[in-house]
Design a binder for this molecule. Structure first.
Ligand code: MZP
Length: 508
């Protein structure tokens, strides 16, 4: 007989946090927002943590390499979408890993014989103002000198002159020897008041460059998520169809975290995929699974040799119409609470802590806060990041306002049949589960996260929490009535203009 579970399917907008004691020493900037993303084994430290509990959705209109770089710089993690060829996904992962982390390969080089005209054109083309001069003009050739835009006057000097007439010759160049640490390189830059330090091997060949601006940039991003080699971290999505080829390619490209991308992960296909990955690559690979919306789904994918973290959510995404199309899914708050309860029981039983990701349907900062208070360790968002400068879509002007396209993976446009398919190789999408839309352009990843994270920290202080685990422990939530939602907005006042945040007043 059909089972009807007690209660209704609830959403985050129906809950509110009750303030608790704030201690005098608490301040938003002292709150720790780091979160484990890999299973925490009994009496062990987390194998992998993110510094900001926010990850970006594995979607074509969201997570490309530019967004991944920006998000990792803010301490979060992007999941590069898998609805593309293995080679192009691996290349995107590679671009993030190759993004400068101190020692940068030189990609703007010249020879002593080239003219100033040619160097100026090169500088304009690459946007770089420091150009190593090497014997053969390559980024690994023998270094002859350095030329910067400070060494000549574009409108005074004879631009047909050769570079060698203006460059700083190698005898006067301050350089570092291969093998020195980044700290030593930065010290040399500081000591000699230089902006760029070439690193040379024993034969005098250029190996990389170290820039003062990168050091400053790094100091301005204290939460930057870096691997052991000081490269930015990046996640990559995988599907249940081609993981045998995709996983090795992504790992070879340097992906730090993998996650199955499926609208319904409670399947034997996903279980087989997990088993295969664990058998081939062991438990070192940080692997996420899902999506699920029930304790039953949790038990199926979690366990020794199971996934590291689990994504919760079905049908709540801003571009998602799965519930309307198929009548399947669950209110995001109810789904999360159910899985969190089971996760906590599992922890009591085994001592293993499984991080939970609440995926989709977060339409404003308040809901991010509520999701984390309810027990999510981190949240995954699509729309939020689609609205940023760094999402991989072009800006589009509509009626004088800037927008960016945002489409679901279940649309004909994305053709992500692997995410929605039934496990067969049928590439036909009989009906769509997502929509193709536009979202307003709101700024950079840094801009939007600054506000969101400040609000989160500030609410955590209201609740007396110093860390996300504290927050989960301390949080007391109440269901709100329709009238109390009205009460939460302004009342009986006249507002001339709205200055609400990027989310478009989702809770106004
Ligand atoms: P949101 O942050 O835009 O509300 O939701 C993003 C999430 O929606 C994704 O992480 C993914 O789980 C889900 N998604 C992506 N495409 C679709 C679709 O086409 C979808 N239905 O539901």
């Amino acid at each position: 007989m059909t089972t009807i579970i007690d209660g209704v399917s609830r959403t985050f907008a129906e809950y509110l946090l009750i303030p608790r004691l704030t201690r005098k020493e608490q301040r938003p900037d002292l709150v720790d927002l780091s979160s484990p993303i890999a299973v925490v084994e009994p009496n062990q430290l987390p194998r992998f943590k993110i510094n900001t509990p926010i990850v970006s959705a594995a979607m074509q209109s969201v997570s490309g390499s530019e967004l991944a770089i920006s998000l990792a710089r803010q301490g979060g993690l992007a999941f590069i979408f898998c609805s593309q060829a293995i080679e192009s996904q691996a290349e995107m992962v590679h671009q993030v890993k190759a993004h400068k982390a101190g020692f940068v390969p030189s990609d703007t080089n010249t020879t002593p014989q080239k003219t100033l005209n040619e160097v100026i054109a090169l500088m304009k083309q690459t946007g770089h103002s420091t150009v190593p001069v090497t014997e053969d003009g390559s980024g690994t050739g023998r270094l002859i000198g350095l030329i910067t835009d400070q060494d000549f006057w574009e409108f005074e000097d004879d631009l047909s002159d050769p570079v060698m007439k203006y460059m700083t010759p190698i005898e006067e160049v301050i350089y570092g020897e291969e093998g020195l640490t980044l700290r030593e390189a930065n010290r040399l830059l500081h000591k000699h008041k230089k902006k760029c330090l070439p690193i040379l091997d024993k034969a005098g060949h250029l190996t990389s460059l170290v820039f003062k601006k990168d050091y400053e940039d790094h100091m301005r991003h204290p939460l930057e998520l870096l691997d052991d080699s000081k490269r930015l971290c990046v996640g990559a999505a995988i599907n249940t169809h081609d993981y045998r080829e995709r996983v090795p390619a992504l790992l070879a490209a340097g992906a730090d975290v993998l996650s199955f991308d499926s609208s319904d992960g409670f399947t034997e296909f996903q279980k087989e995929g997990i088993d295969w990955i664990r058998q081939e690559f062991g438990t070192d690979v940080v692997l996420g699974g899902g999506n699920i919306v029930s304790a039953e789904g949790f038990d199926y994918l979690v366990g020794e040799g199971g996934v590291d973290f689990i994504k919760v959510g079905m049908g709540g995404g801003s571009i998602c119409i799965t519930r309307e199309q198929k009548g399947v899914g669950r209110g995001q708050a109810s789904a999360l609470l159910d899985v969190v309860k089971r996760r906590d029981e599992y922890f009591e039983e085994t001592g293993r802590y499984i991080p939970i990701c609440s995926d989709g349907g977060l339409s404003n900062d308040t809901q991010i806060v509520v999701a984390l208070a309810m027990g999510a360790d981190f949240v995954m968002m699509g729309r939020y990041f689609a609205m940023t400068e760094e999402s991989p879509t072009p800006r589009t002007s509509i009626n004088g306002q800037m927008y960016k396209p945002y489409w679901g993976e279940g649309t004909n446009r994305a053709q992500n049949w692997q995410r929605y398919g039934d496990g067969t190789e049928s590439r036909e999408m009989v009906f769509e589960e997502g929509v193709d839309a536009y979202v307003p352009l709101v700024g950079t990843v840094g801009d939007v996260l600054r506000t969101t994270l400040y609000k989160l920290r500030s609410t955590m202080v209201n609740v007396g929490a110093d860390s996300l685990s504290d927050f989960r422990e301390q949080a007391v939530l109440t269901l709100v009535s329709e009238q109390s939602v009205v009460e939460a907005g302004t009342s009986t006042v006249f507002q001339f203009s709205s200055t609400r945040d990027y989310e478009g007043g989702g809770n106004s």
